[in-house]
Design a protein around this ligand. Structure first.
Ligand code: ARG
Length: 458
């Protein structure tokens, strides 16, 4: 029997039911639906809109439903249209008339809006927790590798000396912004739509401040039409999640490169690698590849939500039911990715000797050689040109700047002295980048400490 059976003279066609129903995916909001209903019932009792005794009975009934769902004594009836219908029908079955009073001064439109906010609030908070765990892992890896010199890249060409810890901390700062973005979204969304009714508010003397407070919201939404039709928070969260995936995906790409035989900067733990069905020698970074691959799903979820809202007239439209699968999928995907990604990074083995070997081969101290001349008074552009010629000479002679004899240096400029070899020493070059935010080991440790203290306040 449909909620709206009074107006209709025909039973709903089963094809309509199948198409229209959302219980398959909104049943995961059962707890939030019950929590929202308990706050609503308490308010109905307190304001005298329904007798206190009935409000109490409703609240007890709802508690019983929640307990039975959690214990498995009560199974969700997937024949119902949605989770709201199921909870109300079960309550009415158990309580009779009192159950039928729960929906006084409420609509499923404000009900679903409050359920979704409650649900996503918990999901976002849990995700922040996971990201904090990732941050702790990255800080540990960065600290352990603060001294390990490697080539930093631009255009995927070896560019300048950095440390492995510096590169890792770059990711840590991306995820720190992600945490802040999620927290901002949480703050922005923490307004309660309950009591907006279908769209226009209600003639009952409801107390929206009471329900907002009971449910942990900052305040009630100030416009009932906006209250039932706003899904900005889903978009904000999906955007924040999209950036989490962008960062995970960039990181994954590097991990995939780094563990290839050509780089061998790292080795993934056997427990977080896969093999091949045919090639016995293979050890594949499937986790990183899947994370990279799943990024598109989350971007797709964001696009789904934005497109759903585009051109939607006020207030509630059934299109809004499409929000749930998209935002749920985004959260499920990011959570799953982090679950696998964090231990993969925590257990990966870094090969400092290979980092150094690659760093030694790519003329990444060329900038430092130019800076050497500049620090002795030569204008940078002139120094740049001379070192460019030196690099060309090295390529011709198949040697490095370190092994090029001083006479060759002097041929191009007599400013060069023996101390140039000290100036272009890789460790010296890396350790010298002490500018704020630079790649020197000491700077990496400073970054770790700063990030940890910022995190502690988030
Ligand atoms: N299942 C619906 C949704 O997720 C609940 C709200 C239904 N409201 C309505 N007027 N049909 O959006």
């Amino acid at each position: 029997m449909k909620l709206w059976a009074g107006r209709f003279s025909k039973e709903a066609d089963s094809r309509l039911n199948d198409f229209n129903a959302s219980i398959r995916f909104d049943s995961r909001m059962a707890k939030q639906d019950i929590t929202g209903s308990m706050a609503h019932a308490a308010m109905l009792g307190k304001t005298g809109i329904i007798p206190q005794s009935e409000a109490d009975a409703i609240i007890e009934g709802l508690k019983g439903i929640l307990a039975d769902l959690e214990s498995g004594a009560l199974a969700i009836d997937y024949g119902c249209e949605d989770i709201h219908t199921f909870v109300e029908a079960t309550l009415t079955q158990r309580l009779g008339d009192a159950g039928k009073r729960l929906h006084t001064a409420r609509s499923r439109n404000d009900q679903v809006a409050v359920d979704l906010r409650l649900y996503l609030r918990e999901e976002a908070a849990a995700l922040v927790g996971q990201l904090k765990e990732l941050e702790e892992t990255l800080c540990t890896v960065a600290k352990a590798n603060a001294n390990h010199v490697m080539a930093g890249y631009t255009h995927l060409q070896r560019a300048q000396p950095i440390t492995f810890g510096h590169q890792i901390m770059a990711y840590a700062f991306m995820f720190l912004r992600d945490i802040k973005r999620l927290n901002n979204a949480l703050e922005n969304m923490n307004y309660c739509p309950l009591g907006s009714g279908a769209l226009a508010g209600t003639t009952y003397p409801i107390d929206r401040h009471m329900t907002a407070e009971a449910l942990g919201f900052t305040a009630p939404c100030e416009n009932s039409i906006d209250g039932v039709s706003d899904r900005d928070y889903s978009v904000e969260l999906a955007a924040a999640l999209s950036l989490v995936m962008a960062h995970l995906s960039r990181f994954s790409e590097e991990i995939i490169l780094w563990c290839s035989y050509e780089f061998r900067y790292i080795e993934l733990d056997d427990a977080f690698s896969t093999g091949s069905s045919i090639m016995p020698q293979k050890k594949n970074p499937d986790i990183a590849e899947l994370v990279r691959g799943k990024t598109g799903r989350v971007y797709g979820d964001l696009t789904t939500l934005l497109t759903m809202l585009k051109g939607l007239p006020l207030a509630y439209n059934k299109d809004l039911q499409e929000d749930k699968e998209a935002i749920f999928d985004a959260f499920d995907t990011v959570k799953m990715c982090l679950d696998a990604f964090i231990p993969m990074v925590a257990t990966m083995k870094v090969h400092p000797e290979n980092l150094r070997a690659a760093a030694a081969a790519g003329f990444i101290n060329a900038t430092d050689a130019a800076d050497y001349l500049t620090k002795k008074g030569m204008p940078f552009r002139d120094a740049y040109k001379i070192v460019g010629q030196l690099v060309a000479l090295c390529i011709e002679k198949n040697c490095t700047l370190e092994s090029l004899p001083l006479e060759e240096y002097k041929q191009l400029s007599d400013v060069f002295e023996q101390d140039v070899y000290q100036a272009i020493d890789l460790d010296v070059c890396a350790a010298g980048r002490t500018s704020f935010g630079g790649g020197a080991p000491q700077s990496v440790l400073t970054q770790v400490e700063s990030l940890r203290s910022t995190l502690a306040d988030l």
